[in-house]
Design a protein around this ligand. Sequence first.
Ligand SMILES: [Zn+2]
Length: 440
Amino acid sequence: MASRIQEKKHLSFNSLRKSLSQHINASTDSRKSSASQYAHHDVVMSGFACMYFQDPSLVQFQQRLETSRGRNNLQTLFNVHQTPKESQMREILDNLSSESFAPVFKDFHEKLRRHLHLKEYEILPNIIMCVIDGVQHYSSKSISCKCCLHKTHKNGDKTYYHSVLQGAIMHPDKRQVLPVMPEAIKNGDGKEKQDCEINAAKRFVNRLYKAHPRQKFILGGDSLMSRQPLIEDVLNKNMHYLFVAKPTDHVYMYEWLEAFPELPTTEYVDEKGKTHRFYWQNNVPLNGGADAIKVNYLEYQQIDESGKVTFKNSWVTDIEITDKNIIKLAKAGRCRWKIENECFNTLKNQGYNINHNYGHGKENLSFNVYLLILLAFYFHQIFELTDGAYQVCRKRNGSKRYMWEQLRSIITFAVFETWNELLAVVTDPDEFESSIIKKS
Ligand SMILES: [Zn+2]
């Protein structure tokens, strides 16, 4: 029991918030006065608090609360000493190096690993899957910088945008996805050719390996990723891959597969009468090049009762496929949709609002805002995975959306000493009222 209590402590709001504070403090210039070091922490933490509560006007409301009550929730919950001004926030967040957030993601991952939560994410013994995909987080027709990606429309208009190659750890049976530090897709100085997802993916693999050299990963991705140069990079870093392969992208490989009279296969019928059929072939050349690497191919088909194929997908991997692991591998391959659905869609449409234009800034503002949103999402995913009190609160409130509405509204007029106290009120408002009455 003692170890379970400790486990919660290490992944509690307080522990994660303290870790974030430490990393923010480490990113300040130590030559600066302690007053400006405080200001730096207070700005970044207040920016984070806005994303945590999914409320861009949170700082403004907390300022009002401070005027009437003498203190506010930014001070009590987030250890903010002095509530920053809007203009100060933009400037500091714009100048902050985005790399200073990388250790936070690494730290949270390590905390999850140490307390065995990543065990539940293993696809195969000791191997967890990190799915990668690109997502755009800023776009404008007029405001741009030297790093902006751009596309020209038919009528000559240009759209400028910023994207990242995001990675997230996921498992077919787990609802929560756990983000890792993304890689910005951005143009460099004076380069003719624009940066692209596949180049960012190569840098991402390098980054992931450096952050977690002892963790075994299987990298998941769409058909764009199933190219030899990226696959070679993945293998060089001692990682596995499971990338979608499409007949249109891999003509040579599919011709090669066609030449077999039949492929090894296995199938099962589920309780609804649907047939799940799997085919595979190990040791297939990925392309027609003289130095083509050999990959292991797997295909999944879903067939309805009338015999019609209603869904199919196929992948390539370096893991040797057998009738023992093919169902697991196909399931893992299929859960790639979670990065779109559980991660990007949540960030866009479930209150986090990554496409809300918080501003471009001159340097790093738009990427740093994205990272703060991603960290807020990470906090919440960790609570959903590990925090009993949070889970009860969400259940009592019926939906996540309603729970956050309650949390947001209550902090505009009351100050809480701790996050748990706030959570307890939103979990059980009646009990809180009666305890206040008793106290008075
Ligand atoms: Zn830009």
